[in-house]
Design a protein around this ligand. Structure first.
Ligand code: 3HC
Length: 651
């Protein structure tokens, strides 16, 4: 046997080969260059052993609890971005996967946990796939999120077993499938209930020489003849609603490849090699990779050394929009939550909204009911004494907050996190009367809580490191991304957003068309224009943040008039725009020679303020500013964030 660092291999008495991937010193398995080189040697050995009848089949398993394989090794991508090197690496991987497919003996993959990207492509090159049918199994192609598309033959092979349309859908969206869905769509051939059943089921598959079946004719027909062009156009139109080809070329390149070669899975695979290197070499891919690693870094801000905090119960005080939605989110994520307010009338709307969220996300009545059972109205505030995390989200009034925390501190468990969702009051002042003011951290969520991934973990002058780390651990635990910010007006996101919004509004007041400015910001790469965003945030909220930042709205402005009339934006049906069914009614966009350049001009105040925030230590680094602003405002991820964009001369 060759010397192996990434794989283990042994043959049992039935002549079945057991191949296990185990990436050294890493929590997840990845297909690094070394792993591919070692696999080449292994496959050569399998070919010999099969020819001499010493091997009747091979089973591929993972030795890691985290899952099967998380894809190609992203840490190597920077070195491989040179198109010539990349082409060579792809050719090699394709040749290897083709040899696996051609092996004369059955090759079976046993999948648990994450099976992503190149990992799924390897599984697809094997002859039969068995997956554990539990909540942890996630199967998919996340490549588009890295500015590329599957490059180890996954395009053609997934189309072969799933049919072209479902395969394109999962590649274009990067969505992960659970085991049941993957089985239903043909990506997986067999399900087992427990990981320890994989070996037995795989053994049976080998001995019975089971083989995955290609998708039926009714599925394959969708890629034939003129139908393919029609489907490609539809896909292009759908993707264009979300992203622009000049910003995110990968999905469009994949659709072109499908349009060109989608009727022939082998040609589709070959086409990957032609297109993939160019995508990998793009600024978009480099920036999206950087964001992946920055996001990974956010997870590391939590408590690293034991004892690690445990989060089972959360108590939320204040059942308004923010408090209610934070409580609902925590219950959705599996925590037991008590929600306190003065009476049931105040709590009930939050419970109703929570039910809507659970129905939308969890779908199955049993799961919805279980989530509802985890969310308990608690007028008496009894939950505070049992909670691991207590979050206050009441009105922005210092005395009320001080009173709440004085009371909460007297009943809270010793290690419990005390957190406020304040967006404007200094933490030091709220913590003034606490026996241990170092405990109080800010956890600043964004509205709508269920959709926005960022939580600003606000650090006061007196916070202990442990309190901040515990706050970060909690944010990560509930699936949010923590960015630590200094306790100062507007923290990071509101602080950088406001000058951009207010300057854009000034331009509208000076006579420029709001439709033009909004279209320009979107052409630059923002998810929504500044005027529309102000309507979505709410003019009342914008007004109070502007005051807090010392940039009050002029009294004789359109903004002030709209406010006085109660036209607060989307929520009242009228703001800078009229709103119908949650959509802004927009007029046509006036002609402009360079919309993207105008958009770039509009975002300058945001980028300038980011630089100030870094200088003032609001965040610890330019990287943190970039990831925080992307997560909090949606700032053009393909540009890598405001400061990276400025560094690259793009903003
Ligand atoms: N390459 C390199 N490192 C990876 C990796 C990958 N594909 N996937 C995960 N890691 C690393 C993380 O950076 C992290 O490293 P660290 O401990 O040094 O910080 C470690 O593995 C653990 O990851 P997480 O903390 O993120 O673990 P989670 O359990 O929270 O998440 C995960 C696991 C869902 C697998 C997540 O890590 C993830 O999304 N990984 C990326 C998956 C991906 O994009 N795969 C496609 C790669 S591109 C490809 O395959 C191209 C091919 O088509 C040619």
């Amino acid at each position: 046997m060759p010397k192996l660092s990434q794989w283990k291999f042994g043959i049992d008495f039935e002549r079945i080969g057991w191949l296990t991937i185990d990436t050294p010193s890493a929590p997840v398995n990845v297909l690094s260059t070394t792993a591919i080189l070692e696999l080449e040697k292994l496959v050569a050995r399998f070919e010999d052993l099969a020819a001499s009848d010493e091997l009747v089949g091979v089973v591929l398993l993972s030795s890691k609890g985290s899952g099967f394989i998380a894809g190609a090794d992203i840490t190597e991508f920077d070195d491989l971005s040179d198109p010539v090197e990349m082409t060579k690496a792809l050719r090699r991987a394709h040749a290897l996967f083709d040899r696996i497919e051609r092996l004369p003996i059955p090759f079976v993959s046993g999948i648990h946990g994450f099976c992503l990207g190149g990992g799924l492509e390897l599984a697809l090159a094997t002859h039969y796939r068995i997956a554990v049918n539990n909540d942890k199994t996630r199967i998919g192609f996340p490549e588009v999120k890295l500015g590329i598309f599957p490059g180890f033959g996954g395009t053609g092979r997934s189309m072969n077993v799933m049919g072209p349309v479902p395969a394109m859908q999962i590649m274009l969206t990067g969505k992960y499938l659970r085991a049941g869905a993957a089985r239903g769509m043909g990506l997986v051939d067999k399900l087992v209930r427990h990981r320890d059943q994989l070996r037995w089921e795989a053994r049976k598959a080998i001995l019975q020489k089971r083989k995955s079946k290609p998708a039926g004719f009714t599925k394959r027909v969708m890629a034939m003849g003129p139908l393919r062009k029609f489907i490609a156009d539809k896909m292009r139109a759908t993707v264009k609603k979300k992203v622009r080809p000049e910003h995110y070329p990968a999905p469009f390149s994949l659709i072109e490849l499908f349009e060109d070669k989608g009727n022939d899975p082998v040609a589709m695979r070959a086409g990957e090699i032609e297109r993939f290197p160019k995508l990998m070499d793009s600024g978009t891919a480099a920036n999206l990779r950087r964001l992946f690693f920055l996001s990974e870094g956010l997870k590391k801000q939590g408590v690293r050394k034991p004892p690690k905090p445990k989060f089972a119960r959360v108590h939320v005080i204040g059942a308004g929009v923010m408090g209610g939605d934070i409580a609902a989110w925590c219950a959705y994520r599996g925590l037991a939550v008590t929600l306190q307010d003065l009476d049931m009338e105040r709590i009930q709307p939050a419970l109703d909204r929570a039910k809507k969220l659970f129905k939308k996300r969890l779908k199955k009545p049993i799961a919805v009911n279980a989530a509802m059972a985890r969310l308990e109205a608690d007028v008496a505030g009894k939950g505070a004494a049992r909670a691991d995390v207590i979050i206050e989200a009441v009105v922005e009034n210092l005395e009320i907050k001080q009173k709440i925390f004085a009371q909460v501190e007297s009943v809270a468990k010793p290690g419990a996190v005390l957190a406020t969702n304040t967006s404007s009051i200094e933490l030091e002042r709220i913590a003034e009367d606490l026996k241990d003011p170092s405990r109080l951290v800010g956890l600043h969520f964004f509205n709508p809580v269920a959709q926005l991934p960022l939580v600003e973990v606000v650090r006061s002058k007196v916070n202990s490191d442990l309190a901040i780390r515990t706050g970060c651990s909690f944010a990560s635990f509930i699936g949010k991304s923590p960015v630590v910010v200094k306790s100062a007006p507007g923290f990071l996101v509101n602080r950088v957003l406001m000058p951009y919004l207010l300057k854009s509004i000034e331009r509208v007041e000076a006579g420029e068309a709001q439709e033009l400015l909004d279209a320009a910001a979107v052409a630059f790469g923002m998810p929504m224009g500044p005027i529309e965003l102000m309507d979505v945030v709410g003019l009342d909220v914008g007004h109070s943040v502007a005051n807090e930042l010392g940039q009050p709205v002029a009294e004789d402005s359109k903004f002030a008039r709209l406010l006085a009339q109660g036209n607060l934006g989307r929520k009242t049906g009228r703001g800078f725009y009229r709103w119908t069914k949650g959509r802004a009614e927009k007029g046509s966009v006036p002609e402009h020679s360079n919309l993207a350049e105008l958009g770039r001009e509009l975002v300058q105040p945001l980028v300038d303020e980011c630089e100030v925030c870094v200088k003032e230590g609001i965040v610890s680094s330019a990287d943190m500013a970039d990831i925080g602003v992307i997560l909090g405002t949606g700032f053009a991820p393909f540009l890598g964030g405001p400061l990276k964009a400025r560094q690259d001369g793009k903003a």
